[in-house]
Unconditional design. Structure first.
Length: 218
């Protein structure tokens, strides 16, 4: 598929919805959506093209009609996430974040908004996280996105909290990001991979919010 297919400006709330809104052959969409589901549940290495074909209700020949290799199919999922969708999600998030003030209000917004983002894009995020840890090409793409995002982050309400001394002395923006992201990702992985642990999502997120505030406040 030509990359310009992934440059649509359609409004979207999650990756699967966005994919469904793209103009592409029905078989190609079925292969991508099935791969998204199977890669997230079984892992890239644990999923065969035969399984993808069965899940998508197409032949393996159809897969290779659109994608030369399984690796090409994986990158077809990941590239638009990093190159096109992540910047839009980033800019939308920081625009809304900057409408909030005060330690508790900012932390509350970040925790609930970012967890909603992770939950709505669970399959895509699981694949991306796995590939960042194991795939050098994907890791380089991700860190390039982080570098491109630095100016947005440093002009955000998060950095203003540090500058206005709303957090413990000595804490940096990086410390703040690690504390918040670490709590959210840990909880996300618990909810998706350790399902035997009882959870009350709203209560859990409020607890995470309280833990973060306790850890960073002066």
């Amino acid at each position: 598929m030509k990359e310009e297919l992934f440059m649509s400006s359609n409004v979207f709330t999650n990756y699967k919805q966005w994919l469904n809104d793209q103009t592409m052959p029905k078989g190609r969409r079925a292969v991508i959506l099935s791969s998204l589901d199977l890669f997230s549940r079984q892992g890239y290495d644990g999923t065969s093209t035969a399984q993808i074909a069965q899940h998508a209700d197409v032949s393996q020949a159809t897969i290779f009609k659109y994608f030369k290799t399984k690796q090409d199919l994986l990158m077809e999922i990941i590239k638009p996430m990093i190159n096109n969708l992540a910047p839009v999600f980033r800019d939308d998030f920081f625009s809304k974040l900057n409408e909030h003030n005060g330690l508790q209000e900012i932390v509350h917004f970040v925790v609930f908004d970012r967890y909603k983002f992770l939950k709505e894009n669970a399959a895509a995020f699981q694949i991306l996280l796995s590939e960042i840890m194991t795939n050098e090409t994907v890791r380089a793409m991700f860190f390039d996105l982080v570098r491109q995002s630095q100016s947005v982050i440093f002009n955000s309400a998060l950095n203003k909290m540090v500058e206005d001394k709303l957090v413990r002395p000595g804490l940096t923006l990086v410390d703040l990001a690690r504390t918040i992201i670490g709590q959210l990702i840990t909880y996300f992985l618990q909810r998706n991979f350790i399902t035997a642990i009882p959870t009350d999502e709203t209560a859990d997120l409020k607890r995470i919010e309280d833990l973060i505030i306790h850890a960073i406040r002066p």
